[in-house]
Design a protein around this ligand. Structure first.
Ligand SMILES: Nc1ncnc2c1ncn2[C@@H]1O[C@H](COP(=O)(O)OP(=O)(O)O)[C@@H](O)[C@H]1O
Ligand SMILES: O=P(O)(O)OC[C@H]1O[C@](O)(COP(=O)(O)O)[C@@H](O)[C@@H]1O
Length: 311
């Protein structure tokens, strides 16, 4: 029987090695004040937030067998259905340095062969009857063809599934050709794709409407501290978070995706969905690592989100 839950696919998971210091001196020795190493990657992060919100969630993707344990433990601790496959080698480590701003180093990822790709595809096949909402997020490791998301999204679409897709660069450009149900580029990823500088809500809305005409249902554009613009064929909503203390912006986009997925799954109104999702992502930047740490803080911030509907 179909579960009321969400499945996530992370083709390129990562351990995030996060360090904090007051300022980075390029070309010098920089001593890190606080450090942490956590299992992450876009779909993994989305899964953590959803699991914290008590959504049944299954997470799949391909890990390196040398450091898969951290992900397996995360799934066990957060009650995430662990559907990860392993291939020989090490899952990549991405480095995130928080100083006056965050500098991120995202590494290319694991190399694996066709046999593990076939295992992943069989896993997806097995999960298909259980989940109607699928989140596919992040980069693609170099061993996969650049249009691999096109293939996966087309397959899920053919089975009547709703795909929430968040990627960048060529994998994003190729993936959206399959018309996922929802996409969540940030403003700069959308600008890169369009070959334009999309700074104003009006210019973003125009490009979003073109994508919608082409067959995508929801275009959610995230804009850092400036919030979110959500466009459908008939509506356009904008959310502005309040000013918050920023500790790390890593995982803010993934938290937003989780919040939107949650509200859509619960069939809430666009305003309810956007208010909570924006609050969740604003709270995410006040902490290191993803997850809902303080529900009261989310509730308080949700009342401070300014929502506007464009007519
Ligand atoms: N400085 C900030 N203050 C409040 N909310 C923020 C801040 N930065 C990000 N957010 C929230 O997180 C969402 C995603 O952040 P963004 O940086 O646009 O995504 P991505 O991580 O995908 O690049 C934003 O739309 C916003 O709601
Ligand atoms: O798959 P990519 O695009 O290389 O990104 C992976 C990185 O993005 C993150 O998922 C964070 O993403 P967001 O800041 O966009 O939410 C990190 O945990 C991870 O290191």
């Amino acid at each position: 029987m179909m579960k009321q839950g969400i499945a996530t696919i992370t083709m390129n998971p990562a351990l995030d090695l996060t360090g904090q210091l007051s300022s980075v001196q390029l070309g010098e020795v920089n001593c890190i004040r606080e450090a942490s190493l956590r299992p992450a990657g876009k779909g993994v992060n989305v899964s953590c937030v959803l699991a914290d919100m008590k959504v049944p969630v299954a997470a799949t993707g391909i890990l390196g067998d040398e450091n898969a344990q951290a992900f397996n433990t995360l799934c066990a601790n957060r009650t995430i259905q662990d559907e990860f496959l392993v291939a020989p080698g090490s899952t990549r480590i991405n480095v995130k340095i928080s100083a006056d701003q965050v500098t991120e180093f995202n590494f290319p990822g694991l190399e694996f062969n066709q046999s593990v790709i076939s295992q992943l595809e069989s896993t997806i096949e097995r999960l298909l009857p259980d989940f109607s909402l699928w989140v596919m997020a992040g980069s693609l490791p170099a061993c996969l063809p650049r249009d691999y998301y096109f293939k996966l999204i087309s397959h899920l679409n053919a089975h009547g599934k709703k795909v929430l897709f968040d990627s960048s660069g060529v994998p994003f450009a190729e993936g959206i050709k399959a018309k996922p149900w929802l996409i969540k580029p940030n403003a700069s990823e959308l600008s890169d794709w369009a070959g334009l500088t999309l700074e104003s809500p009006e210019s973003q809305m125009k490009v979003a409407r073109e994508l919608i005409q082409d067959g995508i249902t929801h275009v959610v554009i995230s804009n850092g501290a400036q919030g979110v613009l959500w466009v459908t064929a008939t509506e356009c909503w904008q959310a502005q978070p309040p000013k918050v203390e920023v500790i790390s912006t890593v995982g803010a986009g993934d938290t937003l995706v989780a919040g939107i997925a949650y509200g859509l799954m619960k069939q809430e109104t666009p305003e309810q969905i956007l208010r909570r999702a924006t609050a969740l992502s604003a709270c995410a930047v006040t902490q290191v690592g993803v997850g809902v740490k303080d529900y009261q803080q989310v509730e308080q911030i949700s009342h401070l989100i300014q929502i506007k509907q464009h007519i």
